[in-house]
Design a protein around this ligand. Structure first.
Ligand code: SF4
Ligand code: SF4
Length: 141
């Protein structure tokens, strides 16, 4: 299968629809450092806890219009430290592992089908690298 992709900077994937940007421990550290905040303060201001039963995962907040909390008129405010989930889109499991899903994703991402050709090996490596450990906050029993 041919994977062609080049981001068109439309910012659709940072906005418009509700979704989650889950963070790992190291991403929380990186973003806190970038913004000069403590980790607890960073989570309080920029994150929401998503209930997963016995624990919470930590995701970036969205604005009322579903824009990511870090989306500005000039693009991503934390671009150099943007989470892995953002870096690896659209090469996600569930999108890049089937032709049907990849082609369906074109409806949301105008960069799919344009620009550089990625080999199957590259795509699999990116998909594998996208599996960072999410930060888990256990609920008190
Ligand atoms: S939706 Fe696709 S083209 Fe638009 S900003 Fe996101 S990755 Fe780039
Ligand atoms: S962190 Fe940046 S790249 Fe990721 S969704 Fe938010 S604005 Fe977009």
């Amino acid at each position: 299968m041919d994977y062609r992709f080049e981001c068109q900077r439309c910012l659709y994937c940072c906005s418009k629809e509700p979704g989650y940007v889950f963070l790992s421990k190291s991403e929380i550290e990186d973003l806190s450092n970038l913004l000069g905040l403590g980790e607890t303060e960073f989570i309080d201001i920029y994150c929401r806890k998503v209930d997963y039963g016995f624990y919470y995962l930590v995701s970036l907040k969205e604005k009322d219009n579903f824009d990511c909390i870090f989306l500005t008129d000039n693009g991503c405010r934390v671009y150099e430290k943007r989470p892995l989930q953002c870096r690896t889109y659209p090469f996600w499991k569930g999108i890049a592992d089937s032709k049907e899903a990849w082609e369906k994703e074109m409806e949301s991402c105008p960069g799919i089908g344009k620009g550089r050709l990625y080999s199957n090996k590259e795509v699999h490596e990116i998909m594998k690298s996208g599996n960072s450990e999410p930060y888990i906050i256990f609920k008190k029993s």
